[in-house]
Design a protein around this ligand. Sequence first.
Ligand code: FRU
Length: 289
Amino acid sequence: MRILGVGTATLDIVNTVEDYPAEDTEVRALEQRISLGGNAANTLVVLRQLGHECAWAGTIADDSDSHRIRSDLKRHGIAMDHAVACEGGKTPTSHISLNRRNGSRTIVHFRNLPEYSFEDFSRVDLAPYDWVHFEGRNVPCLKSMLRRVKAGEGVGCSLEIEKARDGIEGLFPLASLLLFSRGYALRQGFGNGASLLSAVRNSGGSNAVMTCSWGADGAWGLDDSGTTLHSRAPKVTQVRDTLGAGDVFNAAMIHGMLSNVGLSALLDDACRLAARKVGQVGFEGLGRE
Ligand code: FRU
């Protein structure tokens, strides 16, 4: 299937450290990895491995760091015809400390690139795509983008709600799949995914399929008939790298929606793939059985 991902591509500088450093100290990194990151880009990297044709749409700088992003997208076979280059812009970077002891990741993110606008998106021919995935950012523009996709025939669309942003709730009725994070649920005062999902449904916000992933506690889902489901996360012997686990979960969900898998099996598959991801460093090889 053909999937368009709208969101960020960043340069991730991942330093593996023995343990999380104390403030105002200097520690030696055990390893360093520099690679493409960003929620939408990571999700597409995994969807490629799951056999889909993928394109990324977002803004990209024209500085030397952007070469790495361009070459990684190319290496993964992700088209970037809809990307918009920002003259004089600086590549968004994430300096990440990856704790070898427990796989936790601490991110310092810098970004000052302009957001991908509705004008940019309106130039994209959506006809070739079966699915459009959006990162939940730049809320005012997203509303028009989601409306445009909704108006098209037979194109599914997902919205990732990772962070609380002003007015993001107004986007919920416009997507066919809502992918909530634990962070968002906690910020809204919910202690688990089930209570968030039923609150969204009861507020009349959306009849879409919804999920809320919860790390080692698995994930909750709510199908279009209102049935709540929960999948446990498989036990991971050693958690090595949690960076982007949510992006992997989202990729598996989109893949399952496109394969018409029932929500219960789909949640299980997504938890399994996210668990495999946290047991390894990076995203390579996730498409292999
Ligand atoms: C992981 C990630 C990183 C990126 C950061 C941006 O989910 O996408 O690859 O640096 O989050 O917020």
